[in-house]
Design a protein around this ligand. Structure first.
Ligand SMILES: [Zn+2]
Length: 41
């Protein structure tokens, strides 16, 4: 699963798909994908 970070409040959401809405601040802006581990390079 990927970790998505809200650009507005920095809330991190773990989800398979890109969240449409931030559960913390209701920001609908673009979430940024946060790569935890880079297995394949
Ligand atoms: Zn947020």
């Amino acid at each position: 699963m990927a970790v998505w970070k809200c650009p507005q409040c920095g809330h991190e959401q773990e989800a398979r798909c890109k969240p449409k809405k931030c559960p913390n601040c209701a920001e609908q802006g673009p979430f940024t994908k946060k790569e935890g581990e880079k297995k394949d390079k």
